[in-house]
Write a protein that binds this ligand. Structure first.
Ligand SMILES: Nc1ncnc2c1ncn2[C@@H]1O[C@H](COP(=O)(O)OP(=O)(O)O)[C@@H](O)[C@H]1O
Ligand SMILES: [Mg+2]
Length: 252
């Protein structure tokens, strides 16, 4: 196994008394795509929201266990610093509606009160938009609102916004579930490219999509990590009956 950038250790997560994650242990390999799969309600979103400490912000939410990034517990870091190192893209494209395309890309800097010179901002915007293959499509419309773009373009803009902070890890929560097949294909291609620079943890509902782009699969069931391994191994020789049933579509 490749070196791990992130270790999840005996992680329990709760909403009130309800235990939603029941002791997850997972080493996330660096510069790979790890797909998180499992039926609706099994805890996928909660798991990735623990990783950038969003879970703690929900009322009544709590956590036990540890998550270690590059040797240090994330619970000993400032959440602001952590969220610069671990970016997140949500299920529905959510560009800031009042901001231009340009400002959306550097929103992380604006919102954190980080002042940059104009040339520096221009460079960050161009680099991030090129990484998501959006530059050619929007370079003459940078002062327009982000919401004027198509759904697929908006999601790539949101990925650019996350990448602009140079994160080490990118969390994607079903990033293509609101997109049409063509836009989905573009985002999938992009994710496969990005792993050269960033470690990707992607929740997906879509078995075929996981097969196409995930290097590793973590299968969650009812708050437990039932299976973790290389995608080929998990697909061809699942260790757990639950995984096999899920992969063959016996339950959704
Ligand atoms: N804010 C919340 N308050 C209470 N329960 C929640 C909240 N969010 C999610 N849950 C519950 O936690 C469980 C896991 O949810 P979630 O992590 O969203 O699953 P998934 O992403 O796999 O569909 C579900 O039973 C869900 O109903
Ligand atoms: Mg979810």
């Amino acid at each position: 196994m490749e070196s791990a950038i992130l270790s999840i250790r005996n992680l329990h997560a709760y909403y009130g008394k309800k235990e939603v994650l029941k002791g997850i242990n997972l080493d996330v390999p660096k510069n790979k795509v790890t797909g998180i799969m499992g039926p609706s309600g099994c805890g996928k979103t909660t798991l990735i929201r623990c990783i950038n400490r969003l879970h703690e912000l929900s009322p009544s939410a709590s956590i036990r266990g540890d998550i270690v990034l590059d040797g240090k517990s994330i619970f000993k870091m400032s959440p602001v610093e952590l969220r610069r190192r671990i970016g997140m893209v949500f299920q529905r494209p959510n560009p800031f509606p009042t901001m231009t395309i340009y400002d959306n890309v550097i929103a992380g800097y604006i919102l954190n009160g980080i002042n940059l010179k104009k040339e520096e901002k221009d460079r960050i915007v161009e680099t991030a938009l090129k990484k998501v293959y959006l530059w050619d499509e929007v370079k003459d419309a940078l002062r327009k609102k982000g919401t004027f773009l198509s759904g697929g373009q908006q999601q790539r803009l949101c990925i650019a916004r996350a990448l602009a902070m140079n994160p080490e890890i990118l969390l994607l929560d079903e990033p293509t579930s609101a997109l049409d097949p063509k836009a989905t294909f573009k985002v999938e291609e992009l994710i496969s490219e990005l792993k050269r620079d960033v470690t990707i943890i992607m929740v997906t509902h879509n078995v075929a999509q996981a097969g196409r782009i995930a290097d590793y699969i973590a299968f969650l069931y009812n708050g437990e990590l039932v299976e973790f391994g290389k995608t080929d191994d998990v697909f061809t020789r699942p260790q757990s009956e639950k995984t096999e049933e899920y992969l063959t579509g016996k339950f959704a």
